[in-house]
Design a protein around this ligand. Structure first.
Ligand SMILES: [Zn+2]
Length: 115
């Protein structure tokens, strides 16, 4: 499951940034609809890995963005929730992806009493 390795990467990155393992209260991330990541699966994996890795039981707050695409046939710019949604004007599936593949760890909040 690729969310499992993402969850491992997240705890490794957070540990590197903080320089040590502390209990986290909340982790805020952004996931685009074209990233191929299942938010629910990632939430499940991250909760488990965080606990195992010594980060406590942080709440994973997922900001799910919408994809921005531009139709290559009629130049309409539109938003989509997945890859299968075509241009709303002409129905074309040839388009350029402007955004929607993002996966970022935006911020972490430490538990009260830790800093
Ligand atoms: Zn179009």
């Amino acid at each position: 499951m690729h969310e499992l390795s993402l969850a491992h990467d997240m705890t490794r990155i957070i540990g590197n940034v903080l320089g040590r393992k502390v209990h986290l209260d909340r982790v805020n991330i952004t996931v685009g609809p074209l990233s191929g990541i299942s938010p629910e699966s990632l939430r499940f994996c991250f909760t488990e890995i965080a606990k195992i890795e010594g980060f406590g039981e942080p709440e994973l707050v997922i900001n799910q963005t919408r994809a921005k695409l531009i139709c290559l046939d009629c130049d309409t710019e539109y938003e989509a929730e997945d890859f299968y949604q075509g241009c709303p004007d002409c129905g074309s599936l040839s388009r350029k992806i402007l955004s929607g593949r993002e996966f970022t760890v935006d911020s972490v909040e430490l538990e009260e009493g830790e800093d």
